[in-house]
Design a protein around this ligand. Structure first.
Ligand SMILES: Nc1nc2c(ncn2[C@@H]2O[C@H](COP(=O)(O)OP(=O)(O)OP(=O)(O)O)[C@@H](O)[C@H]2O)c(=O)[nH]1
Length: 360
């Protein structure tokens, strides 16, 4: 059942219009939240928008804006604020309320990006119900990205993914370029069954329009022609240390592989091919920035979601001083250390020109 949000903006007598609206962007691991947010922030007239990246847990996936502290607030060039939260959401909003942008009423909207594994209900309860937030903030709506390629399997296997779709006001189907329209019909029917009331859009442009509508920016913003995505902002990876492991539940783990020395492009690609072919079902998410021996100034960005590995991207420059290879894995039923060991063995064997190791 979808949540029915109280119509705070219309009926609340105590100055609801002065409270800053919050839009929650949820969606399973790798479903395209960050891609959409990057695009959103490149739209004209986005000044006064704050993005709060909600990163509970030890492994940060989505911020390489500046050096990493536990909580940070960064003013972007276009006037947007970006804030990473790893602890108390209420505290983060209290801090945001005291920012110069909020104090001067320049802050017009906040978008909260949840972690892909998060059950959104506790976050929504906090945003809707915590008395410490009621004075400054109001929940405007929830958007959920759905990966057209992976969603059927994800919905089968992850309660959180079903909950994310169920609570959304807007379901944003992404990666429609990878799945022909007729093949999407079963997924659409399933989403309709989970959440019959949500507004459902297909494709990245429609998703952007839909998100803009939630932000009330539709009247002032026109979409530019489609262009190559620049992954400049929320970017992997804050890596506490190689071997850092955090458990979301009994089966799901996150792990960061860190390498100080540059890696061979062929070696990394072959290793990823092997791991995804053998263990793709249990490889919920892979996200990384790789220092390549053959192109040390241009890091390679890798994104994998279950069996699907997106074509690697090459960045024009390193996003920070940290030039180590950092790869985040979120896995189910795989000992994270085994993946790391496989890379090591794979590297060694490739260096010796022998066959790759057997799968993890
Ligand atoms: N082909 C295609 N790829 C997409 C689309 N949207 C996102 N991607 C790719 O999917 C991968 C994951 O996208 P992200 O935006 O990082 O996904 P996310 O939901 O933020 O991921 P988490 O932070 O791990 O939850 C990246 O390689 C994106 O380029 C799309 O519409 N089509």
């Amino acid at each position: 059942m979808p949540f029915i949000f109280p119509a705070l903006d219309k009926t609340d007598a105590i100055g609801a219009s002065q409270r800053v609206p919050i839009t929650v962007l949820t969606g399973f691991l790798g479903s395209g939240k960050t891609t959409l947010l990057n695009r959103l922030l490149r739209q004209p007239d986005m000044h006064g928008t704050a993005v709060v990246i909600n990163e509970f847990g030890a492994v940060g996936l989505d911020h390489d804006l500046v050096d990493h502290t536990n909580e940070q607030m960064v003013l972007l060039a276009n006037g947007c604020i970006c804030c990473t939260v790893r602890g108390d959401l209420v505290e983060a909003f209290e801090r945001l309320a005291h920012s110069p942008q909020a104090q001067s009423r320049e802050l017009r909207h906040v978008v909260v990006e949840t972690t892909g594994l998060a059950d959104p209900a506790p976050i929504l309860h906090t945003l809707m119900g915590d008395p410490r937030l009621a004075h400054h903030w109001r929940l405007a709506g929830v958007a959920c990205t759905i990966d057209a390629f992976n969603a059927m399997a994800t919905l089968d296997q992850h309660r959180e993914a079903v909950k994310q779709a169920a609570v959304a006001d807007r379901l944003l189907l992404t990666k429609t370029d990878l799945v022909p329209a007729e093949a999407r019909a079963p997924l659409l029917a399933r989403l309709r069954a989970i959440n019959p009331l949500a507004d459902l859009t297909e494709g990245p442009d429609a998703a952007l329009h839909s998100l803009l509508a939630l932000l009330d920016h539709t009247s002032t913003t026109r979409l530019p022609a489609t262009r190559t995505e620049e992954r400049s902002f929320f970017f992997p990876v804050s890596a506490p240390a190689s071997g850092d492991v955090s458990r979301h539940d009994d089966q799901i783990r996150s792990h960061v592989i860190v390498r100080e020395t540059p890696l061979s492009r062929e070696g990394v690609m072959a290793w990823l091919d092997m791991v995804s072919a053998m263990r793709g079902d249990d490889l919920l998410r892979v996200k990384g920035i790789v220092h390549l021996a053959d192109d040390p100034d241009h890091p390679m960005v890798i994104h994998g979601v279950q069996h699907l590995f997106h074509p690697p991207e090459t960045l024009a420059r390193w996003p920070s001083e940290d030039r180590r290879t950092r790869i985040v894995f979120i896995t189910r039923n795989i000992e994270a250390e085994d993946i790391e060991a496989t890379l090591s063995v794979f590297e060694r064997r490739r260096n010796r020109g022998s066959r790759p190791p057997s799968p993890v």
